[in-house]
Write a protein that binds this ligand. Structure first.
Ligand SMILES: [Zn+2]
Length: 129
């Protein structure tokens, strides 16, 4: 694929301060910056007591070195073998994937994480790889 543009196509400096155009340009610049920053994603399967059966994405946060990081919670559930009911995503209904077997239990995790990523929403389905 071709290289990404090195500079944003717009800048708040082009518009009167405080105008809607200026704000829109500032937002575009911020998004452009975010889209080109190095990203670090921390994936956790440790429930925090809130909506523990749902995939959750934290906001991207800029760190001092300019990288963006966020925490993503991906539920991991254990089901007793034999598995009668494969757990499924409460949001889209997709069946979870098996992860590993341990002590008579089978682990399951959702396979639809990317689908629920707010970063992928409203965008053309361009692979992020
Ligand atoms: Zn889902």
């Amino acid at each position: 694929m071709g290289e990404q543009a090195k500079t944003p196509v717009t800048s708040p400096a082009f518009y009167p301060l405080g105008s809607a155009e200026s704000r829109a340009a500032a937002r575009a610049m911020r998004e452009w910056k975010h889209s080109t920053s190095k990203r670090v994603e921390f994936i956790s399967c440790i429930p925090d007591g809130r909506d523990d059966d749902r995939i959750q994405f934290g906001p991207w946060q800029e760190r001092r070195d300019g990288t963006l990081s966020r925490y993503t919670y991906v539920p991991h559930v254990w089901v007793k073998i034999p598995v009668d009911d494969v757990p499924s995503c409460p949001d889209c209904g997709a069946a979870y994937e098996q992860t590993k077997e341990s002590g008579g239990m089978m682990g399951f995790q959702p396979s639809c994480v990317a689908q629920h990523d707010p970063d992928n929403r409203g965008r053309s389905s361009k692979a992020n790889a």
